[in-house]
Each structure stands twice: as C-alpha cells, then as structure tokens.
Design a protein around this ligand. Structure first.
Ligand SMILES: NC(=O)c1ccc[n+]([C@@H]2O[C@H](COP(=O)([O-])OP(=O)(O)OC[C@H]3O[C@@H](n4cnc5c(N)ncnc54)[C@H](O)[C@@H]3O)[C@@H](O)[C@H]2O)c1
Length: 336
C-alpha cells in the first residue's frame, strides 16, 4: 500500500482521496486554504464541493505543503488549472528526484500554450509527471458509481504502478503512453461543452447536441494530431468519452456556464452563478491561438471565442456555423 498526498481539496481532489483511501492507501489531503482545512477537519464533509460524502477520519487534512509531499510514494495534483503553475512552484522545493506527480486537472495555459504536465515539468524538472483523465465526474466517483479512466505516463512501469493504486471494482483504469493526446482531449472538450450548454440554453435539441459533439471531436482531433497526440486517443475515453460526458451531464460546470449564456447571461454573470472555475473560458483563448499556430480550422472554437470575448450573440454564432460553405464531411475520403 502506498503513502499518497492529494494536493487540492475541491470536488475532484476529495473524491480521489476517498477512492484511494478505500483502496487501502494512507492519504493526506492538502489545501492552500486554512479555513477550508479547518472546516474539513471539523465537519469531515465538503458540503459545498462534495455534499453527502463523509471523509473518513483516517485521511489527514493539512495546510502544511511539506508534510503532504515528504515521503509520499506519489502525489495527486488536483487544483483547478489556473493554479497548477503556482502550486507546482510552491511544491518544487519538497519534491524528490523521480517522485511521481499525477496531474488530474484539465487545461492549457493561455500565455505559454503549455499543457498542465508541461507546466509542472517546467516548475519541477525532477518530477515524474503522469496524468489521469476520462469521463469521471467527482459527484459520481464520490458515490462509488462505476467509472473508467486512463492514466498516461512516460513509462509503462509508472503507468501500471498507478493503475494498480487507483483501480477498484468501481474504478477501472486503462494505461496509455500518449500524455499529450490525453491532455489535449481533456482541456479542449471544455470549450465544446460551453457551446453544447449554449445550445441547450437556447432550447435547441438532441440533433444540435450530437452535431456539436461530433464536429467538436473532429476539431479537437485535427489540432491534437498536429500537436503530436495520437488518433486513437481522441476516439477513446479521454477524447470522445470525456467530450460526451461534459456536453451531456448536469454535473458539468462548463456546460452549465454555457447554458446560462445561451439563456442570455453574460460570461461574467454565468461564471458568478456557477461559482467554480469555468476552465473552458480559459482554454477557449488558448485553443484559438493553437488553431492559428498549427493552421487548423476550428470553427466551433472560433465562435465560442467570439461569444465570450467579442459580444457576439449565441444565436448569430449558430447561424454563421450553419451557413458556412458547403463541404464534404471527411475531406480525406476520395470520390470514385
Ligand atoms: N470535479 C470533477 O468532477 C472533475 C473531474 C475530473 C477532472 N476535474 C479537474 O480537476 C481539477 C479540479 O477540479 P475540482 O472540481 O476539484 O475544482 P474545485 O473548484 O472544486 O477546486 C477548488 C479547490 O481548489 C483549491 N484551490 C482554490 N484556490 C487555489 C489556489 N489559488 N491555489 C491552490 N489551490 C487552490 C482549494 O482546495 C479548493 O477547494 C480541474 O482541472 C477539473 O477540470 C474535475
């Protein structure tokens, strides 16, 4: 059994800490927020992030970063993506050579266009960075509902070690060597989920949703493959799988923010109402820049950016998407 430090006490960090504790590991949760640590130690439940799920007394909850890292067999980095770099910077002095950090957040840094594992490596070069992703809402993992994810790592040895540590009868884990593809699928789907939410908010139907999901994964794959991700990854759990759950689920904060915008709220009003970090808003700008840099057509990403940052109405954006030049679905397929 392993000694594990989970960094970040939000919905996902808490749900994964519970899963790891149930698997028999010694778990410490760290939060930057002293008040959150006090509240969790007192109530043993995260009422606002993971209501109704008790945190066992065996899990240590601390505000001391060094003790959450020192001597741990692996670390789970579960802070929302805008805080990944700053948290990694604070962690760096305590992380030993080859210590495993599993990043479970999803996002792309707007300024550097780096994925999260790249940011972590940038701040903690001595770390062995892996990723965990896939269709996995904390609310369902916290309740022990069957879930399947993928762990990506540099070596098969690390991937299989983590697979063993996380796997349970309700949490199946596949391994993969395609860290880049996993991270791109996980972050870009949030932008498409905003669009899917907007479509729901405007009262559009299942046809629209299915079209957004299908054309969305086409955009994500085109860009991801050009950036070095593998085609198989985008048709797997961390690609189309995560996109489906994020576009369809009531738990998705990106879909919810989009829904509110589809009903006429501004981006700020929607973010305030969701009360959590809406990562798709950050990833949207990065996705647009990456599309330009890699010369990839990303019409849905472009329209989401125009709605978020240029005041375009969602209705106008849909009309423009529908009236784009006629073309074939797969330009690579030859005609007789
Ligand atoms: N919630 C899910 O179902 C889920 C599932 C899969 C992946 N993820 C990903 O995991 C990441 C975390 O998601 P979440 O739902 O737990 O988010 P969350 O909004 O619930 O996380 C908030 C927590 O982050 C920590 N935090 C807040 N500000 C911080 C700061 N400045 N520095 C360091 N830590 C800070 C605090 O512990 C806080 O409780 C995201 O990237 C998300 O996309 C979430």
């Amino acid at each position: 059994m392993a000694n594990v430090g989970v960094l970040g006490a939000g919905s996902w960090g808490t749900a994964l800490a519970l899963l790891l504790e149930k698997n028999g590991h010694d778990v410490t949760i760290w939060s930057i927020d002293k008040k959150e640590v006090e509240m969790l130690n007192q109530k043993r439940e995260h009422e606002s992030k993971l209501p109704g799920v008790r945190i066992p007394d065996e899990i240590v909850i601390t505000n001391d970063l060094e003790s959450a890292i020192k001597g741990k067999d692996f670390l789970v980095l579960a802070v929302p993506s805008p805080f990944t770099r700053s948290t990694a910077k604070s962690m760096a002095p305590y992380v030993t050579d080859g210590q495993i950090i599993v990043d479970v957040a999803k996002g792309i840094e707007e300024t550097t266009l780096m994925t999260l594992s790249e940011q972590i490596k940038d701040e903690i070069p001595q770390a062995n960075v892996a990723v965990l992703s896939g269709p996995s809402h904390a609310e369902e993992v916290g309740r022990g509902l069957p879930t399947i994810v993928v762990i990506g790592a540099k070596t098969q040895e690390t991937a299989q070690y983590l697979q063993e540590a996380f796997a349970s009868k309700v949490f199946r884990v596949y391994t993969s060597s395609d860290i880049k593809g996993i991270e791109l699928g996980g972050s870009l789907k949030n932008v498409i989920a905003l669009a899917a939410g907007m479509a729901d908010g405007m009262g559009y139907g299942d046809n629209t949703k299915a079209a957004l999901i299908t054309r969305g994964i086409a955009e994500i794959s085109r860009l991801g493959i050009k950036m070095g991700g593998k085609v198989e990854t985008f048709s797997g759990l961390t690609g189309i799988g995560d996109l489906i759950v994020t576009c369809a689920s009531v738990h998705s904060r990106n879909r919810k923010a989009g829904y509110l915008m589809g009903q006429g709220k501004t981006m700020q009003e929607a973010m305030d109402e969701v009360k959590m970090v809406v990562e798709g808003v950050y990833s949207a700008k990065a996705a647009l820049k990456l599309g330009k840099q890699y010369d990839v057509s990303m019409p849905i990403v472009e329209k989401v950016n125009e709605i978020l940052f240029e005041g375009k109405s969602a209705e106008d954006a849909v009309n423009e998407l529908m009236l784009r030049d006629n073309r074939s679905e797969h330009s690579s397929l030859p005609w007789e």
